[in-house]
Design a protein around this ligand. Structure first.
Ligand SMILES: [Zn+2]
Length: 163
């Protein structure tokens, strides 16, 4: 995939009806001109990493995930409320197992469940009605399988709470 115009952490419409958001827990803050607010570039035209995290990268990332999540919920005419989501699929962890989680339908709720201790990248894709994510991490160097989002059933929520 050509990622030259895919801004790190920002949602991007890569083809008709398809949106991608990349979220990482490692700092992606870059230096900006204090007066103009424009991103500073090195001699090769690449952004320059900030020495200290300003939390800007994290906040922007959360906003992007929230945007995608709410867009997906809106497509199903069920925005404006917090739901329990079932997020499941295969290729999870070094054993590449099948698995799922139940998460609240907010960016923070989803990141609480999909985030792990070490560095990770979550690549969300909204295509048509389908929202999915793949996680890359130390144990998942080639990424997990496609983990698909849907509303959890009452039975799944009860099972999850009593697991
Ligand atoms: Zn940062």
């Amino acid at each position: 995939m050509d990622t030259s115009n895919l801004y790190y952490g920002d949602e991007e419409q890569t083809e008709e009806g398809k949106y991608e958001v990349e979220f990482t827990n490692s700092c992606t803050c870059t230096k900006t001109d204090e007066e103009t607010g424009e991103e500073l570039l090195d001699e090769r035209g690449n952004p320059i990493a900030e020495e200290y995290c300003t939390d800007y990268c994290w906040e922007t990332g959360i906003e992007n995930v929230e945007w995608l999540l709410q867009t997906w919920l809106g497509k199903q005419n069920i925005g404006g409320q917090v739901y329990d989501l079932h997020i499941g699929g295969g290729g999870i962890g070094w054993q590449r197992r099948e698995g799922y989680t139940i998460a609240k339908s907010t960016a923070q709720g989803v990141l609480d469940k999909l985030g792990i201790g070490g560095d990770y990248i979550l690549r969300f894709t909204l295509q048509g009605e389908e929202l999915s994510v793949r996680r890359s991490s130390h144990d998942e160097p080639t990424g997990t399988g496609k983990l698909v989002f849907r509303l959890a059933t009452d039975e799944e929520i009860e099972l999850w709470e009593n697991r």
